[in-house]
Design a protein around this ligand. Structure first.
Ligand SMILES: Nc1nc2c(ncn2[C@@H]2O[C@H](COP(=O)(O)OP(=O)(O)O)[C@@H](O)[C@H]2O)c(=O)[nH]1
Ligand SMILES: [Mg+2]
Ligand SMILES: [Zn+2]
Length: 362
């Protein structure tokens, strides 16, 4: 037994499914289309007219997950290993630092920017790190081409940051370029969109879906309770094949623990660093610094180094905090002399990262 290819089941998932043990004993995996307060809506096939609605008790489920439900079709019993996951640091107003999975098993993530505003390089750099860390392939989409002054200049400027990642130009209003974006869902792939609010994500989603599924800013101006306002992520079928995970407008996206995302998003700078004379070069004023030399020659924009340093510091802070939380959890599990040492548990909920994590609207 395996999942329905029409729902996006693929060879990578099949492999992790087999590695998970006795697949037959687990039943057939379905895909989570919607999550609503501890309940998952699970599709068993691409045209499932009667999706299951089951509880997520003890299962940390995300939209896009492949899951197996128990025999009574009451709860999620097993989550198939994700091929990719969009993880951000959860909001932390007096809250603990926690990972929040926005979407799972995404093949392609569109990083959406509008051509009407000056290109936001810093935001794109952060989004690229998140995208590379997710395991999905990023594609930059520049919207509002119909009203852009110089789309080509912006495209070139952002392509310099995007390092080999495709940069597409489109208009959700005229539909120009939308077909090229839609083809990225070919073969039953799953796509998702990230971007600041107002860049035109909902308009683009409507153009991709061929219907007004999403409330756009224009609609909501007249009707605050807009008919289709997104409140949670949803998995939606693309008309020409493939699936789209539409995420709600999250306020801020801070980095979670980064794997190789930073190295991939800043491969140009890392390549230079390999050529610095000293292994522990701080790229400040050391002799033989290849990074400084490139900046002086004008082949590397100094802002790239600054952005990289900011993101590395942010990621290091998340990591340090995680380590501290793990130490505290260990101490709680193994109290010495029968007394639990809770002395620094109170300041686990620190908000240090607010200072370093520039908010990114989705
Ligand atoms: N001219 C033009 N306007 C657009 C385009 N896409 C979105 N808009 C407008 O930009 C505003 C924000 O769009 P919306 O899709 O709600 O953005 P979201 O916040 O990213 O979902 C709305 O007023 C849209 O009508 C486009 O391709 N061309
Ligand atoms: Mg929107
Ligand atoms: Zn250096």
């Amino acid at each position: 037994m395996s999942g329905d290819p029409g729902l996006g089941w693929n060879a990578r998932l099949a492999e992790s499914w087999v590695q998970a043990g006795s697949p037959a004993a687990h039943g057939t995996p379905g895909r989570v289309a919607v999550i609503d307060r501890g309940w998952s809506t699970v599709l068993r096939n691409a045209h499932d007219a009667a999706p299951l609605r089951v509880r997520n008790i003890g299962a940390d489920v995300a939209v896009g997950d492949w899951v197996v439900v128990d025999d009574n079709a009451e709860r999620v019993e097993h989550i198939v290993d994700r091929t990719s996951a969009f993880v951000r640091r959860a909001s932390h107003e007096g809250d603990r630092a926690e990972a929040d999975v926005l979407a799972a098993n995404v093949d392609v993530v569109f990083l959406v920017h509008a051509l009407t505003a000056p290109p936001n390089r810093g935001r794109l750099e952060r989004e690229l790190v998140l995208a590379f860390d997710s395991g999905a392939d990023p594609v930059v989409v520049l919207t509002k081409a119909d009203v852009a002054d110089d789309a080509e200049r912006t495209r070139v400027a952002l392509a310099e940051i995007a390092l080999g990642v495709p940069v597409l130009v489109a208009s959700g209003v005229t539909g120009d370029g939308v077909a090229d974006i839609a083809t990225l869902g070919d073969g039953g792939r799953t796509v998702a969109l990230l971007g600041a609010s107002g860049v035109g994500k909902s308009t683009l989603v409507n153009a991709l879906l061929g219907s007004d599924v999403m409330a756009t800013a224009g609609v909501r101006e007249g009707d605050q309770r807009g008919r289709h306002t997104t409140v949670a992520s949803r998995l939606l079928p693309l008309p020409a094949g493939g699936w789209l995970i539409d995420t709600p407008g999250f306020r801020a996206v801070s980095l979670w623990l980064s794997g190789r995302g930073i190295e991939r998003a800043f491969a140009d700078v890392f390549d230079l660093m390999d050529h610095c004379r000293f292994r522990d070069c701080k790229h400040d004023r050391e002799p033989g610094c290849a990074v400084r030399a490139a900046i002086d020659e004008g082949t590397l924009d100094a802002r790239r180094l600054t952005s990289l340093e900011t993101l590395v510091a942010e990621e290091a802070a998340v990591e340090a905090e995680q380590e501290r939380r793990e130490r505290i959890a260990d101490r709680r599990r193994a109290p010495r002399g029968g007394v639990t040492d809770d002395s620094d548990i109170d300041d686990v909920d620190d908000d240090d990262h607010d200072a370093t994590s520039g908010p990114v609207d989705l």
